[in-house]
Design a protein around this ligand. Structure first.
Ligand code: SF4
Ligand code: SF4
Length: 303
């Protein structure tokens, strides 16, 4: 059975689960994206898989488990796993091609919409929940030949307990979904986070509060922080512009100085870490975003 063969290969490459869905257009996702009612704007994504690979018979939705780190200032572990899963998907594509089939890795398609087509749950916090891995999951996609998917899976909304809304410090989780403009994750790569949200940035590159309190993630235990990650994301090193070690862990796209330095300033300011004052003053001279704000927080703490 080709499905079984592919699934075995996927597991050999580190994926915990794989589901196959039809490579039909993501019409609903496209409408939502056009109306700007869900998700973060991703102009690089396309809605019709077969415009990328005309003879694709299936879209393989690959799930890589990524339990969170224990409490820390580090970026969500998701970014470290993304790097591993990205390369694993490329290796898997090559392995599938060695069986005589075709595969296109990293197709620019909406991963969450593809996962929902395979079935699962949709949280009030806007996140996809895998039946076993919860929301702590990284999704990769492969367009492939050789597998014929059956019917789509079922999507069930969460119970709506409201814990995510109560835990969200910026009031982003509303009754009918997430107000993206109020979500800390919306501002990972921009310098325009609203002032009233900045004091709640307690870690680099993200926020997981709404996931950590969710009962659908109850069985997912946090994992200890790896020493290499601790060193790579030390706030003082990032403020110095030393991002090389981070590149090795989360890849060159996320680990750019122009993202990590402002993020480090946000954390230093939000947590009022006075030991970073000198670095913040230097970065203010250089016009680095959030330096001025971080210093104003440190000044408030002094008075
Ligand atoms: S915390 Fe409750 S309301 Fe929020 S996503 Fe989880 S189950 Fe749904
Ligand atoms: S990621 Fe953080 S800011 Fe965004 S909705 Fe969840 S708790 Fe709120």
């Amino acid at each position: 059975m080709p499905e079984r063969r592919f699934t075995e290969l996927a597991k050999e490459h580190g994926f915990s689960d794989v589901r196959f869905v039809r490579p039909d257009p993501f019409t609903r996702w496209e409408q939502d994206a056009r109306n700007r009612v869900t998700g973060i704007d991703r102009p690089d994504l396309v809605a019709a898989p077969r415009t990328l690979m005309a003879n694709a018979s299936a879209l393989a939705v690959l799930f890589y488990s990524c339990p969170p780190f224990e409490q820390s200032e580090l970026p969500p572990r998701y970014y470290l796993i993304s790097q591993k899963a990205y390369h694993a998907a490329a290796d898997l594509a090559r392995a599938w091609e060695r069986t005589g089939e075709q595969a296109l890795c990293h197709p620019p398609l909406p991963a969450r919409a593809a996962a929902l087509r395979a079935g699962g749950r949709l949280g009030r916090n806007g996140l996809y929940y895998h039946p076993l891995l919860g929301s702590f999951v990284h999704i990769q996609l492969l367009l492939i030949t050789g597998v014929a998917p059956s019917a789509d899976g079922e999507v069930t909304p969460c119970e709506g307990c409201g814990r995510c809304a109560a835990a969200c410090p910026t009031d982003a989780v509303k009754q009918n979904g997430v107000d993206v403009a109020r979500c800390i994750r919306r501002y990972l790569y921009s310098a325009d986070m609203p002032l009233d949200m900045r004091p709640f940035v307690e870690r680099l590159l993200g926020c997981e509060r709404c996931q950590l309190v969710c009962p659908m993630n109850e069985g997912i235990a946090p994992v200890p922080i790896e020493a290499a990650a601790k060193e790579a994301f030390a706030i003082d090193e990032l403020l110095e512009g030393k991002c090389k070690a981070a590149v090795g862990l989360i890849g060159p796209n996320y680990a750019r100085k122009k993202f990590l330095q402002p993020q480090a300033l946000l954390v230093a300011g939000a947590k009022r870490q006075n030991e970073h004052r000198e670095a913040a003053e230097r970065l203010r001279e250089q016009g680095v975003p959030y330096a001025e704000w971080a210093l104003s927080r440190l000044d408030e703490a002094d008075t």
